[in-house]
Design a protein around this ligand. Structure first.
Ligand code: C2E
Ligand code: MG
Ligand code: MG
Length: 249
């Protein structure tokens, strides 16, 4: 069904804003894949991405996402409303021998400033074959794209990679934000993550912020930005543009 959906052009990207916790300004946007199937209905990426990873079809999906997100980012760049677009990169995709070349080629073909693309990597990518991973991350950094760690703290947190790798942001997973501000364990994990990030000169994005109480608590800890339903879910490009126009500059 995924192969058929790709042939029929049924995949779309939605865009979820990332906003500043100090002034509410837009600081970036995450591209999230969406698939509405004629027979199967609305399919959640949490369901089909793991299957695509197992079957290898994630390579085709990942390339499509890269091209589509860069095309959209280039359109916003050309309209003088540049916004950094983050895409999710799967481990299998990152490990392809030509991954760096593909990213470089897509940026060049579109004429997108590399700083307007961010790659969201998972901890599972960063613990693999350290030498090759390091080379690849440095090659991507040399291209000028930025990189973040998605779902930080939920995978294999080897903290040593944080000081070695050219990463600019940590994304605090929704599972730690959910219990804020009441849950003692979540408070400890989130404040430690923000403190550590500050020491390492990394920015922090909190994911899955749904309430004002969560937002205010994160702001009090000095977290830079958040993403979540409190601001907006992922939206089709045109709806995101309407929201972008309303956010403080
Ligand atoms: P993720 O990258 O951590 O993305 C964040 C997920 O949290 C998204 O779910 C988003 O819609 C959801 N979310 C954001 N704010 C809130 C909130 O306030 N409350 C709640 N309850 N949820 C919130 P989504 O779009 O279903 O994606 C799930 C996961 O699927 C993503 O997690 C990512 O790992 C993967 N994924 C999505 N798009 C892609 C893609 O293009 N490529 C790859 N490789 N993976 C993708
Ligand atoms: Mg993500
Ligand atoms: Mg995440």
């Amino acid at each position: 069904a995924m192969r058929k959906a790709m042939e029929q052009g049924l995949f779309r990207l939605h865009y979820q804003p990332q906003v500043s916790l100090t002034n509410g300004a837009l600081i970036g946007v995450e591209a999230l894949i969406r698939w509405t199937d004629a027979e199967l209905g609305q399919m959640s990426p949490a369901q089909f991405i793991p299957l695509a990873e197992e079957s290898g079809f994630i390579i085709t999906i990942g390339t499509w996402v890269l091209e589509e997100a860069v095309r959209q980012a280039t359109l916003w760049q050309s309209r003088d409303t540049p916004v950094t677009v983050s895409i999710n990169v799967s481990a299998l995709q990152f490990q392809q021998a030509d991954f760096v070349e593909t990213v470089a080629a897509v940026l060049k073909a579109n004429g997108l400033q590399p700083r307007l693309l961010e790659l969201e990597l998972t901890e599972s990518i960063l613990i693999q074959d350290a030498h090759e991973t390091m080379n690849r991350l440095h090659a991507l950094a040399a291209l000028g794209v930025s990189m973040s760690i998605d779902d930080f703290g939920t995978g294999y947190s080897s903290l040593s990679y944080l000081k070695k790798f050219p990463i600019s942001r940590l994304k605090i997973d929704r599972s730690f934000v959910m219990g804020l501000p009441d849950d003692e364990g979540d408070r400890a994990i989130v404040s430690a993550t923000i403190g550590m990030a500050r020491g390492l000169k990394l920015n922090v994005v909190a994911e899955g912020v749904e309430t004002e109480a969560q937002r205010d608590y994160l702001a009090s800890l000095g977290c830079e930005s958040f993403q979540g339903f409190l601001c907006s879910p992922g939206l089709p490009a045109e709806q995101f543009e309407a929201l972008m126009a309303q956010l403080p500059k």
